[in-house]
Design a protein around this ligand. Structure first.
Ligand SMILES: NC(=O)c1ccc[n+]([C@@H]2O[C@H](COP(=O)([O-])OP(=O)(O)OC[C@H]3O[C@@H](n4cnc5c(N)ncnc54)[C@H](OP(=O)(O)O)[C@@H]3O)[C@@H](O)[C@H]2O)c1
Length: 270
């Protein structure tokens, strides 16, 4: 899938540089490729220096764009300020905040420290970064911010109880800012995918059946920025959200228990 020339031009109008957190893998990496094809210079953020370097080399060679790599653990206190300092006064117009991870399995046996780490990365860091970039972009009268919700963020999801709560937080923040920032020139979008084959499942220790490829998600997400409040990338995501739509919220939670229960059953039988 490719963006059209006019869609690429529209993205470039946000500014010369785009920031992508979570660029070293999965959906963030796919978005970095699409933005490089749109001829935007890129700030690539993740912890894995080798993956960032490999991606930067590929994008510079194929697209003749500049790439700044920032290796940073965004779950650590003070990391947002380090990120802001590293970006400096570059003409940044787009912030894609894809860094995140999930956990799964029984809440009772979950590791509290890991859950707190996830809370910091998925929520606190996203809040700090969104707070900075929203003000920065409003000050220059234009900008785009893409946050990552999830199918599991539209209702409580047993066996991913805390992960789904972090994604509900992001979804709610994005929906509100999409409306509140209208008139400032700042577009805010929530991208809420269903299952996608990335590094996500192995880190969350989930077993995914049907899943999108990362390549199925980048173009729909970038097309929706400035047009929609929330994008459900790919047919599978639309199908899954659509099938739950008619249920009351308590019913959705019970269906999600069956679905997530299947994806995490291996953890609970050992
Ligand atoms: N895949 C799915 O099924 C799915 C569905 C719905 C929503 N999402 C959301 O989509 C976003 C992208 O996930 P993905 O599927 O592309 O997963 P992924 O392939 O595991 O990528 C996650 C990215 O986040 C970065 N990251 C993780 N921990 C970090 C930390 N402490 N500091 C800095 N960067 C960190 C990783 O880089 P390093 O390892 O190099 O740090 C990686 O680039 C996440 O917010 C996820 O919650 C995913």
């Amino acid at each position: 899938m490719k963006l059209s020339g006019s869609q690429q031009t529209r993205l470039r109008q946000y500014g010369k540089w785009a920031l992508i957190t979570g660029a070293s893998s999965g959906i963030g990496q796919e978005l970095a490729r699409q933005l490089a094809e749109s001829k935007m210079d890129l700030i690539l953020v993740g912890r894995n220096k080798t993956s960032l370097q490999t991606l930067a080399t590929e994008l510079q060679q194929n697209n003749n764009v500049s790439c700044l790599q920032i290796s940073l653990d965004l779950s650590q206190t003070g990391s947002t300020q380090q990120l802001i300092d590293a970006i400096g006064n570059r003409d940044l117009g787009l912030a894609v905040l894809a860094a995140g991870f999930g956990t799964s399995g029984s809440f009772l046996t979950s590791d509290l420290q890991e859950e707190l780490n996830m809370l910091h990365l998925n929520c606190q860091a996203v809040l700090e970064q969104t707070h900075h970039f929203a003000s920065r972009f409003a000050g220059r009268g234009k900008g785009g911010i893409i946050l990552f919700g999830s199918l599991v963020g539209f209702q409580g999801t047993p066996y991913a109880a805390h992960y789904s709560a972090t994604k509900a937080y992001v979804q709610t923040l994005a929906e509100a800012l999409h409306v509140e920032l209208q008139g400032t020139g700042v577009d805010v979008l929530s991208a809420a995918p269903g299952p996608v084959q990335t590094g996500f499942a192995s880190r969350a220790d989930m077993q995914m059946g049907a899943a999108l490829r990362p390549e199925d998600t980048g173009v729909p997400i970038l097309r929706a920025l400035g047009q929609r409040q929330t994008v459900l990338p790919g047919f599978l995501t639309k199908f899954l959200v659509g099938s739950l739509r008619l249920l009351p919220r308590w019913g959705k939670v019970r269906v999600m228990k069956q679905i997530m229960g299947g994806m995490t059953a291996h953890q609970r039988t050992v």
